[in-house]
Design a protein. Structure first.
Lengths: 316, 310
């Protein structure tokens, strides 16, 4: 039966008069405050892969800080040439290198080189990239054009290639020089991300508020814009740490890293490569250490990226 | 379109000069006197030193030297390598090998990346998708020389499917092993890019429209979804090329492929700095040009790019 049928008597609905008490301006203060990092942490701690990679990263850092806890065998002194490429024996569980050094001990001590160079290079590239990106994005105008063009130039040169040139021409090589050679050319990506994020945060009301109460431009940038633009930079830094560790090992492998006797996975892989047929294990162990370390940092970085990006979180 | 091309090329000019200036400056700042190095232990005649310095413009200020060097690049004169052979001749000899290797590697990487990326996206969250993502993560983490040694040891030494090194015989069929290694070093990023861009395309209105006007899945997926999902792959080509340059240096060295990368590898290992610098310059110049071409291609494929930016 149609509702418009004229035969049907029409009933008018009259709303009953009720009073419901509505509480305005009540905030539940016992509820935990939420922000980007807290949400990210709640997301991360529920994922087993996060705990696995974080535990491995922690292990790598402990090994790098206190290699003496894990081995008492000297990595460089006390090599016995007679033991060249010999298999495992008691006290030397992973066998010997071509020079008759202990593979396990060199692997443990090599962690320090990778982590030190990786962390220093990442610090350099992150600080440089943040400064360039933040100034370009926040001040805009000619400064933005200038800094962005400089960034384009550095973006054009693959950083490992640039580091090869630097390390080839520099006479004294040490961890800091190597870190500058890698980090000094790897910052352009961070700068682009930082610039985009600062451009976004700059539009927020609290930035206008900060300036309205008389904060200087520079202070606004440091205290209000930067802390809110950090999330993508931290993600990129974790991933670039993995990249810097790979770069160090590639440079050492090519013989333009740290000198020959330095304990470095890249050096050891390079020296073991001639005996790949007869003694593959001396090649395998440092490769495994390198790959697992890089894998742990990349996994951590990608989980972090998913966790701080609400859009990616919603898609899952 | 013409305006877009012109603007993009003009943008590349400062980048080109900046990048070459940077490399040249690094070499210029190198300690040591190249003329003294030329004579080794012998003590040459001062007049001869002066003549040589003038001949190689070493008596000129930095910027003047740089412009002589840039002028050389435009005349395809990249200098002389350590063995006395002009770099351009070495390039002419080694480039075809590297080109073959790169074409094979990119083909392997992109075919695998597109097929696996597409299937992963269509079965998002499934067992196939998740296992492929884990495998991709491992390939992202594997440094290129570790991957090379794994392939060399297992596929060549143990299984005997390939020859462990390439050497003199370097036709298409001989380059499979290094090409596979090089291909897998860029595969993971391309696969994940295909996957994410396909997932994004699948949610677009035109895909729903295509389904609702009754088109079958076998037409919607390749024509409406895949074609649009591949546009980001084109922009990624520039990055892929950068990874390939570093990768080729290492793989050609390990598998003894007589290409451009191997020449650079040998020069680095032996500490022949002038050769290293000449080849790095070539790499950077080519890289700048590849990126221009990639951007032009992107503008050609996606009209939004050239309209928004102009």
């Amino acid at each position: 039966m149609s509702r418009l049928d004229p035969q049907t008597p029409k009933e008018h609905y009259v709303a009953p008069i009720e009073t419901t008490s509505v509480q305005v301006d009540v905030v539940r203060i016992d509820e935990k405050p939420s922000n980007l990092w807290l949400d990210a942490w709640r997301d991360l701690r529920a994922r087993p892969l996060f705990w696995v990679s974080a535990a491995f990263v922690l292990l790598v850092i402990i090994v790098a800080l206190f290699p003496g806890l894990f081995t008492t065998v000297e990595p460089n002194n006390g090599c016995v040439l007679a033991k060249s490429n010999a298999g495992p024996e008691s006290g030397h569980i992973l066998g010997f290198t071509r020079q008759g050094c202990d593979v396990y001990s060199r692997m443990i001590w090599g962690t320090r080189t990778s982590v030190v160079v990786g962390v220093l290079a990442t610090l350099i590239s992150t600080i440089l990239g943040m400064a360039m990106g933040a100034f370009a994005g926040f001040y805009g105008g000619w400064l933005d054009s200038l800094l962005s063009r400089i960034g384009d130039i550095f973006f054009t040169i693959p950083y490992i290639i640039a580091a090869i040139v630097v390390m080839s021409v520099i006479p004294n090589r040490n961890e800091l020089v190597l870190a500058f050679a890698i980090g000094g050319f790897a910052w352009a990506g961070t700068a682009r991300i930082m610039r985009a994020e600062v451009l976004r945060v700059k539009q927020a009301d609290f930035v206008m508020g900060a300036e309205a109460v008389g904060l200087s431009r520079f202070k606004t940038l440091i205290t209000h814009v930067l802390p809110n633009a950090m999330a993508p930079v931290i993600v990129v830094a974790t991933l670039s740490l993995a990249g810097a560790i790979v770069a160090e090992s590639v440079l050492s492998f090519l013989g333009v890293g740290l000198g020959g006797s330095t304990m470095s996975w890249g050096n050891d892989i390079s020296q073991a490569q001639t005996n790949i047929r007869t003694a593959p294990m001396a090649l395998f162990w440092p490769s495994l250490a390198l790959t697992l370390t890089v894998l742990a940092f990349i996994t951590l970085g990608e989980l972090l990226r998913d966790a701080v990006d609400p859009k990616a979180r919603a898609q899952r | 379109m013409a305006f877009y091309i012109l603007r993009r090329i003009l943008q590349a000019v400062p980048v080109f000069f900046g990048a070459t200036l940077l490399i040249y400056y690094m070499v210029f700042a190198m300690p040591g006197d190249p003329i003294a190095a030329l004579f080794g232990d012998r003590q040459p005649n001062p007049a001869l030193i002066e003549a040589l310095r003038a001949r190689y413009h070493l008596d000129q200020p930095f910027l003047v030297q740089y412009f002589y060097y840039i002028g050389g690049i435009f005349r395809l004169d990249f200098g002389v390598s350590f063995s006395g052979q002009p770099v351009i001749e070495t390039l002419a000899r080694t480039f075809p090998v590297t080109l073959r290797l790169a074409v094979m590697a990119v083909a392997i990487a992109f075919v695998l990346a597109i097929v696996i990326g597409l299937f992963s996206a269509l079965n998002k969250g499934g067992i196939f998708d998740n296992s492929m993502l884990v495998i991709a993560l491992v390939f992202v983490a594997l440094p290129i020389f570790v991957l090379s040694f794994l392939a060399q040891y297992f596929l060549a030494v143990q299984l005997g499917w390939f020859r462990p090194t390439v050497g003199g015989r370097n036709d298409w069929g001989d380059l499979w092993l290094p090409a596979i290694v090089l291909g897998f070093s860029v595969y993971a990023t391309s696969m994940r890019l295909t996957r994410s861009s396909t997932i994004e395309t699948l949610g677009q209105d035109w895909v729903r429209t295509a389904y609702s006007k009754g088109l079958p899945r076998r037409r919607v997926i390749p024509v409406h979804v895949l074609r649009n999902s591949l546009i980001p792959m084109v922009t990624d080509l520039g990055t892929v090329f950068g990874v390939l340059m570093v990768g080729a240096t290492v793989t050609e060295g390990i598998f003894n492929v007589p290409g451009v990368g191997n020449t650079l590898y040998q020069a680095i290992i032996r500490g022949e700095n002038p050769t290293v610098v000449s080849f790095v310059t070539v790499f950077v110049v080519v890289y700048v040009f590849i990126n221009i071409i990639v951007d032009l291609l992107y503008g050609l494929l996606d009209p939004r790019i050239r309209y928004v930016s102009s």
